[in-house]
Design a protein around this ligand. Structure first.
Ligand SMILES: [Zn+2]
Length: 90
């Protein structure tokens, strides 16, 4: 019988192949929610959905698009904001 704390669906059930060739069911913590645009709440592309310990070892370039407001605003909202900022300068 599995440990009582793993009987709820709080943890994910993942099948893992062991070095001996058998598959075992392991319990892992769930991934965080998808990153959303701060303005229109659309799901951001190019932003991985991983736990902090994996994000820590990931390259900065793999965590968000490399443009102004990358990982915060979606491409259309970023474009609108940049254009409006450029208009303010004129
Ligand atoms: Zn947006």
């Amino acid at each position: 019988m599995v440990q009582p704390r793993f009987r709820s669906r709080t943890h994910r059930r993942v099948s893992v192949r062991t070095p001996g060739g058998t598959t075992k069911r392991v319990f892992k913590k769930r991934k965080p929610q998808k990153a959303k645009c701060a303005d229109c709440k659309v799901v951001l592309a190019g932003v991985p959905r991983e736990r902090p310990y994996k994000m820590e070892n990931m390259a900065k370039t793999k965590k968000r698009p490399e443009r102004p407001y990358g990982g915060v605003l979606c491409s259309t909202c970023a474009r609108k904001k940049i254009v409006s900022e450029a208009d303010d300068l004129l």
